[in-house]
Design a protein around this ligand. Sequence first.
Ligand code: NA7
Length: 534
Amino acid sequence: MAQPAQRVDAVIVGAGFAGLYMAHRLDGLGFSLQGFEAGSAVGGTWYWNRYPGARCDVESMEYSYQFSEELQQEWEWTERYAGQPEILRYATHVADRFDLHRHFEFDTRVTEAVFDEDEDVWTIRTDTGRTVAARFCIMATGCLSSANTPAFPGMETFAGEVYHTGRWPHEGVDFSGKRVGIIGTGSSAIQAIPVIAREAAHLTVFQRTPNYSIPARNGPLDPDVQRAIKAEYPEFRARNSLMPGALGVQATMREMAAVDDDPDARRRDYEERWGIGGFAFLMGYEDLLINPESNDTAADFVREKIAEAVRNPDVAALLSPHNVIGCKRPCLDTGYYETFNRDNVTLVDISNAPVEEITPTGLLVDGVGYDLDCIVCATGFDAMTGTLQRIDIRGRGGRSLKEKWAAGPRTYLGLGVAGFPNLFTISGPGSPSVLTNMMVSIEQHVNWIADCVGHLRSEGIATIEATEPAEDEWVAHVNDVAGETLYPTCNSWYLGVNVPGKPRVFMPYIGYPPYVEKCDEVAAKGYEGFALRA
Ligand code: NA7
């Protein structure tokens, strides 16, 4: 076999927010590194998800890096929730400011990562024919980066254009005068639908499961608010990191069960939170995702709001979810339900009769044909494990990660995997990741990994590897915690249920901020649960 052309201390896969900061930290520690990114530029999620209306659901003052005081002071956000173009500008600014582009090779997808047990080295190969040998292989591949496009029969026969929200054309799409069909009513669709409806001649929404959506109440960010936060940004960040999910620091929380509150007071509270907008709506009572009766009080409130917003009661009923609110990541919207009052918008329920076929002229459901010029698949992602499993990752004994995870992901802390020494997964399954403000979780993981590899270097340690018992215990713990909540009660991508054939396992860890303490404790005890070999 040809010798690898390049040897580095670390390979980083992905130039989203995780990969960028990882490169910054490792470079600062003097490690040599090579990054690879499938896209043509930095930004990760915000590079790919350019669909109309794409916007973050975490407020911009919270959804940003905190590692540089100068950066957080100088960057000016313009809206309460930043839109995709602004976040992408921010990612580009960070890469320029910290000179990070030079670490990455773009338009390059990593296809293979193989561990050599004799040399303690990873060999990483790409679809451009590059081979790099590295001591550490760091996956900064994102949790929602493999688009899920269901194999609808006849898809290839469609005469018009088919788009996926997570792979949106960079030049944008002009829907004016077009008959557009959108499949899916998750977060992406709920953001895109009001925007597409204003542009298209007609929009038909194909809904399998209705979703709860809370008004974002987005708008220009008040300069006084921005100034006040910046005046004490480190303290603001510190408070934020103590919130469950590291977000919503402005929201008030009470240690109280929703069912125990006086019904009028509870209603007033929901009304107030609905008016404020955002995830604060689900942060008022501590048992909303534990006690079904408490959860019903919030779900009933939203169903009432849907009935008020949508004029046609049949349409309102179809848009009203009946599962647990919050067991799927709640959507934040701007005028979503009201969009169904428009004459040019039709809702088609496909809960009992799925999309039968895509034909040259449109889509067939339950024997009824819908003529369309374009189809938008807002059908989500093979979340958390999809991207990692698309890379042929092989650890000790040539064992593949895909094989190891056949019954669901197994990690220790979502950071390391037994049998895969010196492999790190930033915001990997088994970590709080998608249940948190990703920016905070990313920084926490990157800092932990950077400190860890720095420690290994100074102690002359060649490999770090999660032990089987520590991993078994952690996997069981992740499951136990999820089992005590209402999260596993609905078919969410947290459970992998949206992808046919994927094992039903709750993948993220519910428990931020205690998780951070656990990671710190593990490090303080000499990386307890990991085997360190000289
Ligand atoms: P989601 O939340 O996974 O939503 C995907 C939507 O597509 C959802 O409504 C699905 O219905 C629907 N879907 C998926 N497959 C099909 C098929 N085969 N037929 C019909 N409908 C289908 O993805 P998003 O991109 O909206 O959001 C992902 C995350 O990004 C979000 O949570 C935020 O964190 C940001 P289902 O509910 O499965 O019945």
